[in-house]
Design a protein around this ligand. Structure first.
Ligand SMILES: Cc1cc2nc3c(=O)[nH]c(=O)nc-3n(C[C@H](O)[C@H](O)[C@H](O)COP(=O)(O)OP(=O)(O)OC[C@H]3O[C@@H](n4cnc5c(N)ncnc54)[C@H](O)[C@@H]3O)c2cc1C
Length: 373
């Protein structure tokens, strides 16, 4: 079987790797450099527990299923590539800076406990025992041991290597112009005017998935802009070890001393500008939780585009065009959802039957929503 994947982000690469491991002839076509889209921009939080929200039961289940796969997935990618992916398991602290924040955290925690999620309330003193540099006026915190993190840029590098070692072919600087169609089914992709034949085509072009020419309705995916920055801590005496969620920013410490501060959420199309207001809100939000950040040198600022779908859940599985599959719309949790997406999509392609784990996430749900309205 021949599979052509459009997009070399974490989703396209991980799916390509899983298929190549199972003997499939896979080619990933990437418009730019592999992993240069949202997969480069992300913070790498694997936040299935503290992001659990009422009304998102199906997505919450998928998030938690993928989180459970991450430790073994990380170990397998590292072994297959010889490269580290920076999985860190200190967990996450959600901090309250005043009584209102604390009331909100307690309210959310009640729901998360009802879902069987392991979270603990910490007094300000207990929170500062874990993270001594947190702001002195803390009103309390929630400790979420299950919300861990990975270095998403390292994951991209490892997946590229693992994919190639498994026999996959990666074409970079190779934008797909359209999906080739004959007799009512996808037959490959068109790149630089030439058709590359495939039995199955997978659209995994992240926030750009809605812009590729198809003979059917395009998947409803839009870019959700996020600005981020990083500062440099002393790796031997870092200001933070846990991921910290403050009310207006999150902070993600990497093993090499980088501290990532994110992220704005903006509906501005593909506007890649970094704005004073964006950086100000991130730094202000971070400084209120971790005042010592003001001494640290800024090392990078950047923008990424989350692939947001109409209901914020991914779009996975067969499309209305035989031979064309979707693996897109992962919005703010695409790094978290990489292992389950890759495994379930590979099974769906190879068995010809939708993997039950992704059955609720097909494109058809948007038709059902329209008819129900
Ligand atoms: C600021 C920010 C913070 C985030 N933080 C987190 C986080 O902490 N945890 C988490 O789980 N997720 C996070 N995310 C979300 C996560 O980054 C995405 O959901 C995930 O990276 C999506 O992966 P992807 O492979 O679908 O998309 P991408 O990584 O964007 O890859 C799509 C690729 O397709 C390529 N492409 C586009 N058009 C074409 C074409 N015509 N032909 C060929 N190739 C094409 C692009 O160049 C790109 O490389 C964050 C995102 C942002 C922006």
């Amino acid at each position: 079987m021949k599979v052509a994947v459009i997009g070399g982000g974490v989703i396209g690469l991980a799916l390509g790797w899983r298929l190549a491991q199972r003997g499939v002839d896979v080619v990933v076509f990437e418009r730019d450099a592999a992993g240069s889209g949202a997969s480069h921009a992300a913070a790498g939080m694997l936040a299935a527990a503290c992001e659990a929200e009422p009304g998102e039961a199906a997505l919450g289940g998928l998030n938690r299923a993928s989180l459970a796969l991450w430790p073994a997935f990380a170990a397998e990618v590292e072994a297959a590539s010889g490269l580290p992916v920076g999985l860190r398991c200190e967990g996450t602290l959600l901090v309250a800076l005043n009584r209102d924040d604390a009331a909100k955290l307690r309210h959310d925690m009640a729901f998360q406990h009802s879902q069987g999620i392991d979270l603990a309330w910490l007094t300000p003193a207990q929170a500062r025992e874990r993270e001594p540099y947190l702001a002195p006026q803390l009103a309390g915190a929630v400790f979420s041991p299950g919300d861990i993190q990975v270095d998403n840029r390292a994951v991209v590098a490892a997946l590229i290597e693992a994919f190639r070692r498994a026999g996959g072919v990666l074409h970079e600087q190779a934008p797909v112009e359209r999906v080739a169609v004959a007799d009512g089914r996808a037959t490959g992709v068109v790149v630089a005017g030439a058709v590359h034949a495939a039995d199955v085509v997978v659209l995994a072009a992240g926030a750009w998935s809605g812009g590729i020419d198809l003979p059917i309705a395009r998947p409803p995916v839009r870019p959700v802009k996020g600005q981020m920055l990083s500062v440099q801590m002393d790796p031997d005496a870092p200001l933070l070890r846990h991921v910290v969620w403050a009310p207006k920013a999150y902070l993600v410490p990497r093993a090499d001393g980088r501290l990532i501060v994110g992220a704005t959420v903006e509906e501005r199309g593909f506007d890649a500008r970094i704005t004073a207001g964006g950086l100000y809100s991130l730094l202000d939000g971070a400084w209120r939780a971790l005042p010592g950040i003001e001494e640290l040198p800024v090392i990078e600022t950047w923008v990424g585009f989350r692939p947001g779908s109409r209901d914020d859940a991914p779009i996975l599985g067969p499309s209305a065009l035989p031979g064309l599959m979707f693996a897109t719309g992962h919005h703010r949790n695409g790094i978290l959802l990489t292992p389950v997406t890759a495994e379930a999509m590979a099974t769906t392609i190879l068995d010809g039957v939708t993997d039950p784990r992704i059955a609720a996430f097909g494109i058809g749900r948007f038709d059902r929503l329209r008819h129900a309205a």
